[in-house]
Design a protein around this ligand. Sequence first.
Ligand code: FAD
Length: 371
Amino acid sequence: MTDSPPTDLLVAGLGPAGRSLASRATAAGLTVTAVDARPDRGWTATYAAWADELPAWLPAEAVATHTQAPAAWTRRLHVVDRPYRVLDTVALQQCLRLDGARVVAARVRDVGADGVVLDDGRRLRARYVVDARGVPAEPHRAQQTAFGVIVDDAVAAPALEGRQAWFMDWRRDNGTAPGDVPSFLYAVPVGGGRTILEETCLVGRPALGLPELERRLRVRLAARGVDVHGGARTERVRFAVEGGPVAEGVLGVGARGGLMHPATGYAVATALATADAVVDAMCRGTDPRKVLWPARSRAVAGLRRLGLRVLLNLDADAATEFFEAFFALPVDRQRAYLSGREDAAGVAATMWQLFRELPSSQRRTILRSLR
Ligand SMILES: Cc1cc2nc3c(=O)[nH]c(=O)nc-3n(C[C@H](O)[C@H](O)[C@H](O)COP(=O)(O)OP(=O)(O)OC[C@H]3O[C@@H](n4cnc5c(N)ncnc54)[C@H](O)[C@@H]3O)c2cc1C
């Protein structure tokens, strides 16, 4: 049962990746159908990105806070000379307008090269089909977990110790022992006079549970003299960092398409930054998969998957050593590993330099994880 004529593009899923693509495609004049189980659901997560990852077309109001040089603490203080942005999630969602698109509120049952089948049996067709349904946080996939509180800047100040933001603070005043599964403090102003203080398990398979992260956060904040009252807003995080299956002939984007950085869990900036190239390929009638996945991007993804395997094997002590070496690298080296999808030589050079600078015990752990 087909209920309408085919459109140029059909996007299944309206999270940051699907909505970016649908919005940029309608702006470029393509006819778009966008399907989501809950298309009007307001985004609530705290999304952040490095400033240099965000596309120039993103309006200024989509950014909530600017941090010029976030800090990291490993065995010592590192100041990362690279501007960082927390997005205004509500403004971001609103600025990705869907006015010109046909939005369908329904669950997608099947996605194929020529269209989708909805749960109620309706079939929607399009010239290009994009799977942006995200990935369920199932136990077999590596995940990131975190528990955070959002408090007034003044309340958070003792945790920040005069810094603008902690991108990662690996100190063990969270009550952990050297051999424990590691977690770090992420502490960033989110706008409106508020700061998020989040205990984060970077990746795990399984990842640390939220009750344990909450316990660690409370131990850490108590140690730093941060007084969080019972009514503070909380943020609970659990998502898969590995991509999901995408059907033959379909373009996967965002988390589903394997465009999430597997070692950091960041995907929003990549979704925003890659949307126009994909739309451009569709406008020209060419295969957008070739634009998104040239050989160099496949190589970058492969190298980062190796990085994920290493991270999954680090205990608390080893994680501190690993990130000590990482943040000692020049910012351009850090950027090559953390951002972008095309600089395979830069990613490989960063990994090699990091490997050489780690103590031999760490190198053995890395080699074991790669076997
Ligand atoms: C609290 C929190 C904080 C985060 N912070 C950051 C951050 O700072 N930076 C960053 O880059 N990332 C961050 N992330 C990760 C972030 O969630 C992902 O990067 C992002 O959501 C991936 O976007 P996506 O569009 O690919 O998938 P999703 O956001 O998962 O969107 C998938 C969409 O598809 C819809 N859908 C799913 N199945 C179906 C179906 N069968 N039929 C119809 N619709 C369907 C869903 O309703 C949803 O709208 C954070 C995550 C959380 C939870």
